[in-house]
Unconditional design. Structure first.
Length: 290
């Protein structure tokens, strides 16, 4: 009896599609909302409980949680991994993903090009850093997904009020140099050694290209260079399955962000001409069999 569970958060509205595919390969498939989970530590061992089910007794668990659950996801992944359950992430992976500055640092240390970045709580330091990075500069809250918490400032006069506001709300900020990409980037999807992807373009004059913000998907070739970079980025951050935001500039290919809960849908499958959701489930099944 092979069992797979899907842990989902608010961000997941399509996990039912994964359940349908998983039922083709696993004998038991369970969908567990992250807010319904309980950790239990005792002399008998560690458990991750959803109602009467103990997820540490499952063969595979796919973690599909939102930004606000990343800290919780880190503990889930570590506990399940240590109990021999197949997940799509290493123990520390969600700690990297939850902090956009730290994830960029990990990638840079592993030879992946990322925009120059600065992490600061001080509006004054941010202004000094922006002068070094050069305007326009990108401001990102350390957490956030779908383009939320991402801003652009073209001058000190635009930057300083935003930083003051962020400090008032106790928000950590990551500043990044702006890489021109005309509101277009590539979402590259890594599933084990398999890599695919598509191009995204922002609505109208919006320089952000997130689909959740109104962007549009377009079919696009993923080059061998892009595949190599995507695999290196995924491996260095500890993801076996993830999405990466990638831009191709005059200076080379840069990674802007890693996403462990990337979007999938029947519409995306039609665009790519392949069933990405089934690819994910088959990868989890393959690793379980190994």
């Amino acid at each position: 009896m092979m069992k797979m569970a899907i842990i989902y958060g608010d961000i997941s509205t399509t996990h039912q599609l994964m359940i349908e595919r998983a039922e083709e390969l696993f004998d038991t498939v369970l969908a567990a909302p992250v807010e319904g989970l309980t950790f239990l530590h005792s002399e008998e061992g560690n458990k991750v409980l959803y109602k009467e089910a103990d997820l540490t007794e499952y063969d595979a668990v796919y973690i599909r949680t939102g930004d606000k659950d990343k800290m919780f996801s880190e503990h889930i992944a570590e506990l399940l991994n240590e109990e021999g359950v197949v997940t799509q992430a290493d123990n520390d992976t969600y700690a990297y993903e939850a902090n956009k500055f730290y994830s960029m640092k990990i990638l840079a240390e592993n030879g992946v090009k990322v925009p120059d970045s600065v992490y600061t709580l001080s509006p004054e330091t941010a202004v000094e850093a922006a002068e070094r990075l050069g305007y326009p500069v990108i401001m990102k809250t350390i957490g956030g997904a779908g383009g939320e918490g991402v801003m652009r400032a073209s001058s000190k006069e635009e930057l300083k009020p935003v930083m003051d506001t962020m400090k008032a709300f106790e928000q950590d900020i990551c500043l990044q140099e702006y890489k021109e990409h005309n509101g277009t980037d590539n979402r590259v999807i890594v599933i084990g050694d398999y890599v695919t992807g598509y191009k995204r373009s922002g609505p109208d004059d919006d320089w952000r290209s997130n689909i959740s913000g109104g962007g549009e998907r377009k079919k696009s070739e993923v080059t061998e260079e892009m595949k190599d970079i995507a695999l290196r980025a995924a491996r260095s951050s500890g993801f076996d399955i993830c999405g990466l935001d990638m831009i191709d500039t005059e200076d080379g290919i840069y990674i802007l962000e890693i996403n462990g809960s990337f979007g999938f849908s029947e519409e995306l499958n039609q665009l790519l001409g392949e069933d990405i959701i089934l690819e994910i489930v088959e990868r989890m099944h393959e690793r379980t069999m190994e």
